[in-house]
Write a protein of this length. Sequence first.
Length: 331
Amino acid sequence: MTSQARNDLIVGVDIGGTKVAAGFVDHAGKILAQSRMPMVANDAARGLAAVAAAIEDLRSRTADGFQPHAIGICAPGPLNPSTGVVINPPNLPGWHNFPLAEEIRKLYPDAQVKIDNDANAAALAEAKWGAGRGYRNVFYATIGTGIGTGFVIDDKVFHGRTGLATEGGHVGVDLHGPLCACGKRGCIETLAAGPAIARRARGKLAEAQSGGHDAAKKSALLEMAGGKPEAVTSEMVAKGYAAGDTLAKEVMQETLDLLAYWLGNVIDLLEPDVIVIGGGVSSMLGPFLEEIRARWVGACLSPYPQETPLVLAHYKEDAGIAGAAALCDTN
C-alpha cells in the first residue's frame, strides 16, 4: 500500500456491549484490515481504553506509526451525533452522558472524529456503498437481538430535532402487546426481533405439549432443542420451517405479517426509494422478502407499495465498521 493510499484510509470503529471492532476503510467502502478487542461495558475509563486499543492495534500494522486523519465511531444509542456525547445506552452502563468524541480527540488530536448510533451509521454505509447505492432515499433496518433503523436522504442521515429520530424498532404495532425494554408496549422489536421469534415458538411448543397435540410430539423444533421448548432459538425456527415443521411455519408466517405491517407503515410515512434489511435475522428472512412485499398490497395507503424494492444489506457483520467510516467519508 502506498503512503498516499494509506493516508486516504478512514478508521471505522464499531462499539458493542461485548466487543470493539475497528477497521481501515477506503473511500470505496472496502474494509482492508480489522482488529477486535473485548469491551468493558460498566467502566467508562476501561471502555475508552478498549476503543483506543482497537485503533492502536490497527496502527501497529503500519510501518511508521500511521496517524489517522479521520475516525468514525458507531455506538449504541441514545447519543447526540452533534456533540458526540453517549447519553444512556442500556448495554453500556458505564457511559452515561459520556463525551466520547471529545475523549477520542484528546487521544488523536489531528483526526476528524464523528459519532452516530449503529443503525444510522450502517444505513449510511448501505446508501453510499452497499445495497442502497444509487437510491436517493434509503430506509435501513437491522433485525437481530433488537431492531434498529436509519433513514438516509441524499447521502445524509436524517437525525430529527435532537438526533434521536428514526428509532423504528420502537414503533408500536400492538397497544396491548408485550412490554418492551424501552417502557412501551407492542414495539415491533418485542414482536419480530430474534428473541421474539424464539419466544413465540417456545410458547407454541409449550402450549401444544400441555394440550397433548401431535404437533408438539412431531415437531422438528422440539427435536432440535433436545426436547426442551425453552431451548428453542430463532435459528431453529428457520431450520424447522425449511424442514416443513408446522409450528415453525406458524411462527414464520406471523413474523412476516408483523414485519410487513410495520414496513407498510414505513412506506406510508416516509415513502423510501428502497428498504434495506440487515442484521443477524436477515439471513433467515432472505427467502421471504417477496412474501413481505406481497402483503403490502391493500395494506398501505400508497397505491404503489410494490414499487419499493426490499433487499438484503451488502454489509453483514461488518456493517458497524463500514458505517462508522461512512460518517467521515466526504467523497
